[in-house]
Each structure stands twice: as structure tokens, then as C-alpha cells.
Design a protein around this ligand. Sequence first.
Ligand code: NAD
Length: 422
Amino acid sequence: MNGSSEIRGFYKLSVEERMNLVRELTGLSDEEAGVISKTGGLPVDVADRMVENVIGGITIPMGIATNFRINGKDYLVPMALEEPSVVAAASNAAKMARSKGGFTVTNTGPVMIGQIQVVGAPNPQQAVRVLERRKQEVLKAANEQDPVLVSLGGGAKDMTAKVVKSTRGPMVVAELLVNTGDAMGANAVNTMAEAVAPLIEEQTGGEVFLRIISNLADRRLVRARATFDKKAMGGDEAVDGVLCAYAFADADAHRCATHNKGIMNGVIAVAIACGQDTRALEAGAHSYASRSGSYKPLTTWERNSEGDLVGTLEMPMAVGLVGGAARTHPAAKAAVKILGVKTAIELAEVMGAVGLAQNFAALRALATEGIQAGHMKLHARSMAITAGAEGKLVDAIAAKMIEEKKIRFDRAKEILAELRKS
Ligand code: NAD
């Protein structure tokens, strides 16, 4: 950039003024600025109120995964992401589960944890006992913050307390358990945690520092299960392949990271489409995967007595339909309508099913033909676009690279040059 990144009052400018300034500093062309300025289905004034220092937006594709049958109901699943093959893989996996009844998903209810950290309590163990004895006072104070949530049957339902050993000595941590209903609940829980802090200081004799939601949402789990037809998935050998892949992930963290990443391909794509907090979901998933002290798969795989493959998934799923972008982003609202979910729990259950489907698809592909065969066509197309191709040239270059079995950037450039010459 030409100049300093220290820009006073950048936030006070209009979206257009900010973009003009960024253009001056970075040499963005009319065309480049134009694509960022087009915010698609998101009105620019809404974008400007969602985050800070807005200059525009970025659109990513939304596809629809078909064939999903979850708890006896059919769904068209909107998935928004930039990665090829994921939507096709989910649809294909859902088809193989469908013939065996589809996905069965249960949940533990929408309970989030708000942590209140107390430092310097004169007697930490005694403080824990006082907090437990006087928790009704704290719950009452917490619930006074959110009469709407309470009127809907939610609110702070319980509180636990513990002593946490830390490098700065023992700390007392109170944990509010809040039923957040159809909200993801971060704002609701944080507001409660802040409000009860003075009362907790009084009860413990210590000083409160942090008052914040935990994204390890292990009181808000979904459990999904599905049977995948042995014949449809490629026979005994394919079932063995998936079991072998699962055993590898269970035994090795480097493999397990990619195993769980495959699950999140599905979960996060639905989350983006439906305006969810994807960082909260990722944090929840990976911290839950590590709960035993070693990093483990979020799914399990086994063979049933008929020889079919049975998968289960268990993971936190903190999602909401009120609050956050699910309410403010018009495209997210439309995606929720396509999905047809009526409650946050139903959305969480669908996302659990999609996560399981995605894991199945990836393991099956890896254990049989390898992942690249499925990726090849889309990969070749994006390679052609990266090399500068447009319109019909994209398909022509992709087809040639597939034929030559050489899907490489340098080759895409060469073919593009040849085609342009001719
Ligand atoms: P919110 O505060 O906008 O909405 C929740 C409120 O809506 C409730 O408190 C309740 O008063 C009301 N409500 C109306 N109908 C309801 C219903 N049927 N069920 C439940 N509540 C109902 O949103 P939120 O869900 O509390 O917070 C979500 C936002 O917080 C997200 O945008 C997230 O990104 C952000 N956030 C996340 C973190 C984190 O660590 N994950 C931290 C801070 C903020």
C-alpha cells in the first residue's frame, strides 16, 4: 500500500468514502472496487451495521444438498462455501443413508454455559460451597436480565462452581447453565454473567474478572446416527475401508484433524448459509473432540449384523434462529426458509446429520477411489479460472487437463495461451 495504515476516524466515513480511501491507498481498479462494492443480497446499509469499517461484501456460492431425510422429514439443505465437491458429496451420502431410513438425530436441549471467574477468594473451597448453597439468588438475578427468554421457558436454570488450578494460583469459577431457547445465546448469557458478578463477589469475597460464555457447549449436543447401505457404497471392501480410515483417525491426531475437518465442511457450510456464528461452532467442535485429553474423532463407525456401515456423530451445536445474522442477513433468512426449520434445535439436528453425511462421503471416497477423482472436474475448472480463463474457455481447458491427467496451473496457462492464439 502507498501510505500508513494508521487512519484516524476511518470508522466515521461512509461506506463509499472508505472505499475511495482504500482505493487511493492500494491502487484498486474500478472493476476490483466494483466487485467488492456489490453486496448482492445484503443491502449495504445492513452490512454497514453488522460489522465495522465496511467497504463492501464478498459473495460465496450457495448450493442445495438433496436427498436428506432426517427424523422422518425431508429437507433441502442450503450450503454456502467456496470448496468444490462438498455439496455433491453430501447429497450422495444422504442418498445412501436414505434407503436405510435416513438420519436419526437427538439433542440435549439448548443449554449454554456462562463462566464467571473469581480471583483472590480467601478460601476457594469454601467459596464454592457458598456459591452452591446460595445459587438461587444468583439465578434470580440472572433471569431478571431477560424476561423475554424466561417467558419463553428459557433462562438460567442452574449454576455449578469449581476451583480451577492455574499458573496464578487457584481461581473460583461459577458456571451459569442457561437454556437459550431459539437463540445461540452468547449475548443473552454474557449479559447475565455480567449482571451477577457483584453478587458473586459478595458471596465469595473475591474479585470477578471474566464474565463470558463458554464455546465448549457440551450441554448443547446433537447426536446423529445413520446406516449406509453396503451395496450402494461399494460392498464389503468399502465398508472395511471406512472402518480402517476411522481407526486411523482414532489413533492419530494428524489424521483426526482432517477427519473432523471433513465433518465441519458440512456443518459450517449450512452454518454460513443460515447466518450462524461459525467460529463458535468450530471452537465447540474441536474443544469437544479434545475432551478426553487427546484429540479424537467426532464420529464413530461400525459394521452392523447385516454388514452395513453405521455411523454416529456427537458434537456441540450452538446455533440460533433469533439474534445474530440469522435475523439480519436477508439471504440467511431465505436459506432458513428453504431448510424449513422452525426451532434452533431442529437446525442443530439438521447440521449434525449433514456433518455425519459429509464424514461418510469423505471416508468412503478416501478408502475407495481416492478423493481426487471426485474433485478433478471442479478442481480443473477452478484451476482454469485461476489461470485467467473466462466463459467457454474454462470448460475447454478443464476438459483438456482431465484428458491429459495433468491438472496443473502451468498447464492451464499453456492451454489458455494456445486456445487464445487459435
Ligand atoms: P440476541 O441477544 O440478539 O438474541 C437473543 C435474545 O432474543 C434473547 O436474549 C431473548 O431476549 C430474545 N428472544 C426472542 N425470542 C426468543 C426465542 N424464541 N428464544 C430465545 N430468545 C429469544 O442474540 P444471542 O443469540 O444471545 O447472541 C448471538 C450473537 O452473539 C451472535 O451474533 C454471536 O456471533 C455473538 N457473540 C458470540 C460470542 C461467542 O463467544 N460465541 C461472544 C459474543 C457475541
